[in-house]
Design a protein around this ligand. Structure first.
Ligand SMILES: Cc1cc2nc3c(=O)[nH]c(=O)nc-3n(C[C@H](O)[C@H](O)[C@H](O)COP(=O)(O)OP(=O)(O)OC[C@H]3O[C@@H](n4cnc5c(N)ncnc54)[C@H](O)[C@@H]3O)c2cc1C
Length: 305
């Protein structure tokens, strides 16, 4: 069994297969697991440049989050986000708890990968050289580039890009902030106080851009937009950026995974485009593979990954 992609979906799938006694290896093209949980190190401090946070609704995922919390990896960060701009937004009363990781969200991928056979730095280009069942745990456009039979599926999904920019300042020079949705803005969609998110009070903000700006933009323009939005008295001293060509699909999908010519496809393209959906998709593929009616009950291991 080969799982390609060591994001949340691939690691959840491989973990469930491993726990069910199915030999599985994971191949990942990047140097480290995490995928869109990825970040950077800014002036010696990790900063999240992928998912801003995650939310929890599924009991199985909740059990994993409890494990992370017991291990000191995650903490509930905030419920409501502030809102800039005119449009109504789902934030407000009844907003879900948004969870954050003090070591960065990629630390959760490292935890999920523990005990698994994960090889990083391997970009799979041809599935025909692989033995056994294959799971492609990645956005469908990436899957189609190595597995042309997934082209129709990829064409049916509309993925939008995003540019994430981390900005480190000399000091905390803004009014109290946790996270904010920025509506009707030509550049910004989300702004997070990473010092609040990580719990260390560092003077770091992380901005996510609109899909259109993600294509055209430069990090310096994002820095200027943040300075104007928050009316900051000074510019950032260090800037790090990461462009995500396929950040999120625009339409939620009803299915939790797909199977095309015997190859499984998993990821947050199935369900709502969230960390939790990716985890659920990976688990659903594993359950389908082992034919297990109850994927939350591992046969041979004591923990639900
Ligand atoms: C800017 C941004 C903000 C977000 N904000 C939030 C948020 O606030 N809350 C939330 O819940 N979610 C958020 N998300 C979405 C969340 O990050 C994803 O839902 C989740 O991480 C997807 O996991 P995945 O495993 O499905 O895919 P990915 O994380 O994309 O994993 C796919 C993996 O496959 C690997 N891969 C691809 N092709 C190959 C190949 N040929 N060979 C080997 N490996 C390959 C990739 O390198 C990658 O590691 C955000 C995403 C982005 C980009």
């Amino acid at each position: 069994m080969v799982v390609i992609g060591a994001g949340v979906a691939g690691l959840a799938c491989a973990g469930a297969l491993h726990d069910a006694g199915v030999p599985v290896r994971v191949l990942e093209r990047s140097a480290a697991p995490g995928g869109r949980l990825g970040g950077d190190v800014l002036d010696g401090r990790p900063v999240d440049l992928g998912a801003a946070y995650f939310t929890v609704s599924d009991p199985g995922f909740e059990a994993v989050v409890s494990r992370w919390q017991d291990a000191g990896l995650v903490h509930p960060w905030v419920g409501d986000f502030q809102v800039y701009g005119e449009s109504p937004h789902p934030a407000g009363a009844g907003a879900p708890v948004r969870w954050a990781a003090s070591g960065g969200l990629a630390s959760l991928a490292v935890e999920l990968a523990e005990g698994l056979d994960v090889t990083c730095g391997v970009a799979v280009k041809d599935l025909t050289v692989l033995d056994g069942t294959v799971v492609l745990a990645m956005p469908a456009p990436q899957a189609a580039s190595v597995f042309p039979a997934a082209a129709d599926l990829a064409a049916a999904q509309d993925w939008q890009p995003s540019l994430a920019v981390a900005l480190r300042y000399r000091r905390r020079c803004w009014k109290p902030l946790t996270g904010a949705f920025v509506n009707d803005h030509p550049v910004l969609t989300t702004l997070c106080d990473d010092g609040s998110r990580r719990g260390d009070g560092a003077p770091v903000l992380v901005a996510h851009t609109t899909p259109r700006f993600a294509i055209e933009s430069a990090a310096a323009d994002v820095e200027a937009a943040v300075r104007e939005l928050l009316d900051l008295p000074e510019a950032a001293v260090t800037v790090a950026a990461r462009r995500w060509p396929a950040a999120r699909p625009t339409q939620p999908s009803d299915s939790t995974f797909a199977q095309v010519e015997g190859v499984y496809l998993a990821g947050d393209g199935f369900g709502r485009p969230r960390v939790e959906a990716a985890w659920l998709s990976g688990r659903a593929v594993a359950a389908a593979i082992v034919g297990n009616q109850n994927p939350k009950t591992p046969r041979t291991a004591s923990r639900a990954r």
